[in-house]
Design a binder for this molecule. Structure first.
Ligand SMILES: NC(=O)C1=CN([C@@H]2O[C@H](COP(=O)(O)OP(=O)(O)OC[C@H]3O[C@@H](n4cnc5c(N)ncnc54)[C@H](OP(=O)(O)O)[C@@H]3O)[C@@H](O)[C@H]2O)C=CC1
Ligand SMILES: O=C1O[C@H](COP(=O)(O)O)[C@@H](O)[C@H](O)[C@H]1O
Length: 481
């Protein structure tokens, strides 16, 4: 198979926060993998910036360690040495004035300029202001901002306004790494490159949709961040909302940034306000695996799990509920979207079992793929008996010999920044609309001060979440890897 890796243009990428966890675990290893895949021109520059006072060589040594650990590069990998030659470092305090001119002198005219803000959101404004003030960023420069993008509507608006003082919307790349996942894009291919599904993709044929993002990890080690966020801010306002949008949106007229984001925005704006009875919050508990211990607050009311029944008020989805759940310390790590169709209105088969509803499951991770449950006749001589069988497709099967080069979410998104493609990034109005929907939910929790429902670590979540489904005569899909 001919290689489909298309090198991006020559670029200078500055990583603010290059000495931090995200840079070590995701950004630098991801860039290395894109380099070894042949996507990064050898003339490009990757410049680290942070307060730590070190020179280019010390940063290269730091990056090498991270890349060996997180990208599995061998000690003597010749490509690692080549990659490290692209790296440089400038000590900069985002709040100070030192180092900016040095950074400016390293930026090459003619190359694509991108600035990755891999620092606390409280520093975004300082960096944006200084990049503009020192004349480092120009009209073509791109900035990449990490989540969390605000913690409510007011702070998200303020952040958008701050960035907008120095950069246009076309220059701002708000990362939601779920949008960079292979299967999330496959979701759009499945919906909009087949005639099979789209005619059935509405309330007339879809009984309900379940979106599950279950994790086995807890919050130990990041309790101080997580305890101020909880599952709704950490996962629902962004990742879950994006998945919901991609499932529910109308076909965009074209696969381009504004066409896709316009359609997602319409979905968020059509979300009905949630009733308290439609939400369940949970907190994991258990010996050696307890949220309160991990959060370092014996009285914490923050949720590590949330399940909700969401309604979309538009023609396509009137009457079809979307059930969302996400949580930590659950039975298995799995992210999937399950679309359960309605049962056939009439069965022509007497005594053969009523045909069951078709179900389409799109698995995001692990084992990315699709599974469509259909009814067939039970094979064999036993007469007309109906049985449900899965049509299984693993996306890895479609890869061919290039299978090894599957960029992870960060790799794909960083390359999109360099290409100048914003399709898989959130627009400012989308983020604000998502906060506008989640704010009242959070406010009612904060006012109510109720404890989340406890659930055992390693379980499927709180009992209350089961009842959310049972009262509608439905069941959650089993959480399993
Ligand atoms: N880690 C992760 O998995 C994820 C992180 N994020 C987001 O990414 C961002 C970075 O997270 P993470 O890497 O975990 O954070 P860390 O705390 O590990 O790293 C923070 C980085 O910022 C630098 N820094 C701190 N203060 C300043 C300053 N005044 N001027 C310049 N640099 C500064 C630090 O270096 P130094 O001390 O040398 O200045 C360090 O490089 C955050 O917004 C986080 O919410 C989002 C999703 C996942
Ligand atoms: O953004 C976040 O995502 C991770 C889950 O991401 P995944 O790619 O491993 O599914 C989550 O653990 C974390 O709390 C959250 O901040």
């Amino acid at each position: 198979m001919v290689s489909r890796v298309i090198p991006v243009d020559d670029f200078d990428l500055v990583i603010f926060g290059a000495t931090g966890d995200l840079a070590h675990r995701k950004i630098l290893p991801g860039l290395f993998r894109r380099f070894t895949a042949g996507q990064i021109p050898a003339s490009s520059q990757i410049i680290g910036a942070a307060r730590t006072d070190q020179d280019d060589d010390a940063f290269r040594a730091e990056a090498a360690k991270a890349i060996r650990e997180y990208a599995g590069a061998a000690e003597d990998d010749p490509q690692l040495a080549e990659f490290l030659a692209l790296l440089g470092y400038v000590p900069i305090d985002a709040k100070g004035e030192g180092g900016w001119q040095e950074l400016k002198s390293r930026m090459r005219p003619g190359a694509v300029h991108a600035f990755y803000f891999s620092v606390a959101p409280s520093l975004f404004g300082d960096i944006a202001e200084r990049l503009a003030g020192h004349g480092i960023a120009d009209d073509d420069s791109r900035i990449v901002v990490e989540k969390p993008f605000g913690r409510d509507l007011a702070s998200a608006r303020a952040l958008n306004a701050t960035l907008a003082q120095h950069f246009t919307e076309q220059q701002i790349y708000r990362i939601d790494h779920y949008l960079g996942k292979e299967t999330v894009q496959n979701l759009m291919a499945v919906r909009f490159a087949n005639v099979l599904f789209e005619p059935l993709w509405n309330a007339q044929y879809v009984d309900h949709v379940q979106i599950t993002v279950a994790e086995t990890v807890g919050v130990a080690g990041r309790g101080s961040y997580y305890d101020k966020s909880g599952a709704i801010r950490d996962m629902v306002q962004n990742h879950m909302m994006q998945l919901l949008c991609l499932i529910a949106m109308e076909p965009p007229y074209h696969f381009d940034p504004d066409a896709v984001r316009d359609e997602k925005l319409k979905v968020i704006r059509a979300l009905e306000p949630l009733e308290p009875a439609d939400i369940v919050r949970g907190q994991y508990q258990g010996e050696g695996s307890d949220y309160l211990t991990d959060a370092g607050d014996a009285d914490s009311r923050t949720e590590s799990y949330v399940a909700m029944k969401v309604r979309i008020s538009n023609w396509r989805w009137q009457g079809t509920p979307f059930y969302l759940r996400t949580g930590k310390k659950l039975r298995a790590r799995t992210s999937e979207i399950a679309i359960t169709f309605k049962e056939p209105p009439h069965s022509i088969f007497d005594d053969s079992g009523h045909p069951k509803a078709n179900e389409l499951v799109i698995r995001l991770q692990p084992n990315e793929g699709m599974n469509l449950k259909v009814m067939i006749k039970e094979p064999g001589p036993g007469g007309m008996r109906l049985v449900q069988v899965p049509l299984d497709m693993s996306f890895a099967d479609a890869l061919g010999p290039e299978g090894a080069d599957m960029p992870d979410a960060y790799e794909r998104l960083i390359m999109d920044v360099i290409r100048g493609n914003q399709t898989l990034f959130m627009r400012g109005d989308e983020v604000e609309a998502a906060w506008a929907w989640t704010d009242p939910i959070i406010k009612s929790w904060e006012e109510g001060k109720r404890r989340p429902e406890p659930y055992d670590s390693g379980s499927s979540g709180p009992e209350e979440a089961l009842r959310l489904m049972h009262r509608d005569n439905r069941r959650w899909r089993e959480i399993r890897a």
